[in-house]
Design a protein around this ligand. Sequence first.
Ligand SMILES: Cc1ncc(COP(=O)(O)O)c(C=O)c1O
Length: 436
Amino acid sequence: MEENAYQDHVLNNEGFERDGCDYTYNGLSLSSIISRIETPTYIYFLDILARKIQELRDFSETIKVSGTDIFYSVKANPAPQILTAILESGLNVEVSSMGELDHVLKTGFNPKRIILLGPGKDEGLIRRASEMHIRGIIAESFRELELIRKHYDGKMVVLVRLNMEDETSKALESMSGSESKFGIDVKNLEEIVQRSGFVPEGKFGFQYYLGSQVLDYRESLRLHEKMLSYMQKFRERIDYIDLGGGFGVPMSAGDLQFDFKLFSSGLNRILRDNGLNGKKIWFESGRFLVADCGLFVTRIVDIKTAGNGGTMLTTDGGMNNFFRIAFLGADHPIRVIGRDAAFTLKPATICGPLCTPIDCFGKNILIPDCVREGDTVMIFKAGAYGLSLSPILFLLQKVPGEYAVRNSKLCGSYHPPIGAETVLSFIYARDEGKLN
Ligand SMILES: Cc1ncc(COP(=O)(O)O)c(C=O)c1O
C-alpha cells in the first residue's frame, strides 16, 4: 500500500503534519494532547477557526456593494468554545430555533448581531425575536410573513427566503427544488413584494440558500446569477440580499478548493449587471468556518480479523458521537496513531460500538500495522455538523467530550465525555408521574 495514499496534504494545509506514527499540529504532538484526555471527544483548534474567519472576512471585503456582513450558522457547531471565539471575533450569528436563540444570548451576543431563519417557526419564536429587536428575521412562508407582520417591531430587517422550483444545486445537501420545504418559490415574487408592504423602506430584502458543501465556484455563480436575475425587477424595493451559506471544504485529495477570488469577481459582475451593487449583502457560513478546526478522537477497544481476513477495529465512539459519515457518507480524512517507530500501512475497517452495521467510519482505511487496543483513531475536519448532528441517545453510550486548543495548548472551557446516566437523569428527572 502506497504511503502517499494517506494524502496528507488536505491536513497539511491546516497545520497538521505526520510525524512517524504520530501527527503534530504546529509542532505539538497530537498523541501528547490526547493522552491527557478521555475519549470519545472533540478537540477544536481555535487558531484554525481564527484563520477561517479572517479568510471569509477578506473575501467579503472584496464584494463591491454598500456593505457586507457575515453570520455564523450556529447549527454547525454550538459548542461554547466555538461560540465564544465567534463572539470575540466580532462576527454575527444566524440561529434557527428558540434553543439556539437562548444559547447565543447566554453566550453574550447582542440581539443586534443575531438573525433568525429556518422553516417551521412558531408564533412564540417570532414574537420573542421581535420583542428583543434582533437584527433580522427571514420568512420561509406566507404564514411566517403574516406572523412577522402581526408582531413587527418596525426595526428588524425582514427578508423573504426564495426557492427555485426548477433548480437543485449539485451540492451534497441541496436546499432547493420542486419539493423544497425552504422559502417561497420565485414564481410568487410579485405577491411576496406586495404582502411585504408593511416593512419600511431600508429594511426589506431576500434570502436564499441553495446548497451546502459547494466546492466549485462556477456552480455557485451559475445559481447566484439565476436567482439574482429574478430580483432585478424589484431592485428599487430591495435593501438587503442574504446569499446564504454553503461554502465547501475539501475533504480528500481530489476535491476542489473553493476559489474565493474568482467567485468574488463573478459575483461582483452579477450584482452589477442586475443593478444590485448598491445593496447590503449578507453571507451565512457554518461549515467553512468550523469544519477544519475540529478533530474527533476515539480509542480502539477491539481489533479482530474478519471472515474475509480483513482487519476490523472497533472504537469507543461511534455514529452516536459523529453521525456525518453514517448519515451522508461524508469522506473525512481518518488517521490512526500507533506507538512504534517502524511500521508499514495496511487497510482496515473502522467501526463504532453501536449495534447497527451503519455505525462504520470507513473501509479500507490505511492504518499503521503496529496499532494496538487503546490506540487512537482521529477523524479530521470534524468541526461542522459533528456533535450537533449526532443521535446521542442511541444505545446510551457516552456523549463525547469537547476541548479546545489555542496557541498549541489545551485551554479554556471544556467538558469530558459524559455518561448516559447523566443525560438520562436530566431527561427522566422531569417525569411528572402517570397519566391515566
Ligand atoms: C439557512 C441556512 N443558512 C446557512 C447554513 C449553513 O450552511 P453551511 O454550513 O453549508 O455554510 C444552513 C445549513 O443548513 C442553513 O440551513
